[in-house]
Design a protein around this ligand. Sequence first.
Ligand code: SF4
Length: 331
Amino acid sequence: MFKALSQLAKTVKPFVTDLFRTPLSELRERAHAQAEIDGRPKVFFAPIYVSNECDAGCWYCGFAKGSDITRYTLTIEETEAEVAYLKREGYDAVYILTGSTPAGSIQEKESMTERNARGLRAVARAGLFPIMESSPFTLENFQELLEAVDGRGRYVLFQEVYDQTIYRKNHSPRDPFKGDPEARLQQMDLALRAGWKELGIGVLGLNPDQETELAYQCAHQYYLRDAGAELVTISVPRMNPATGVKTQRRCSDEDFFRGAYTLRILCPESPLVITGRETPEIRNQLWPVTEIWGVKGATEPGGYVTRRAPQDGQFSLVDRRTIAEIIRDNS
Ligand code: SF4
C-alpha cells in the first residue's frame, strides 16, 4: 500500500510546493475563501482515555512503556461518568482512546477491543458522536467495534509520520505492532473493509520536510475517498511536552499556518481537526479554516471527574478555554 501512496504523493507534491511558497497573506485569503465555500459547522470534542496502559515505546509519548506514570484503566461506571460530564458541558463528539495492548500482552483480563467498545457504547448511548483512536485491530475487531456504535462512528489513526526511515527511527522494531509502518497504514483499509465509512488521519510533525508530509496526507485522503470512505478528517497537531519526554520537534508558527491553509485548499472535502495543544491566539487565527475543535480535554484516564491518574497526561494542553469562551472570542 505504501508504494501506491508514494506514487500518488509524488503527483500531489508540486501543488503543495506551489502553495507552500505562496506569500502567507495570499495563502490565508485563499484558504479562508475555500472554507467559506465549504461552509461546514463547528464540532466540539474532547477525548476520554479509557486506559493509559500501553505496550509500545514511542519516545514522543507520555504513555510509552517504561514511562514513570500511574497506569489506570477506567471501569464502565467511571467511563460513563466521564461521558456524562462531557454531555453536560455541551460537547458534540468524544474520542475514545486507549494505549496499544494487543492480545496476549499486559492486559489479559480484558481485550483492547472490549475496552474500546465499552467506551464507544457509553458515548453513543449519551447521544454524542463516537470517535475511536486506538490500534491495532483485526478485521473482526473492527466489525465488532462498529456494531458497538450501531454503524455510526469514526475511526481515526495517525500515521505519525509518512517517511518510513523517520518512522522506523521513532518506533522500535521490537514493538509488537507500532514498529511496522506498513501494518499501521493497513489499519485504515481494515477499518474500511469492516464498514467504517468515516475515517481520520494525521501526522505529528516528526519530518522536517513538511511539504512531503503534506503531500502524503493529501494523497492518503484521496486514496481513502477512492476506496469508499465517505469522510476523511485531517488533524493538524504539533507536539507538546509530556511526562518523561525530553525532546520534541515543532515546526514554526508560520509553517504551521501554511500547513493548515494548504490542506484546506487541497482537501476541501476534509474537515480539519485542531486541539488545545495550540495557544488561544493561534487557534483563533485558524478558526475560519478548521472545523473540528478539541476543547479543554483531559489527556489522562479519568481526567474530568474520576481523577485517577492526575498529572500523567499523554501530552499537555495550552488552550484551556471553554466552548462558550471560544465561540465568544471568534464571534
Ligand atoms: S503513541 Fe500510542 S502506541 Fe505509542 S506509546 Fe503512546 S499510547 Fe502507546
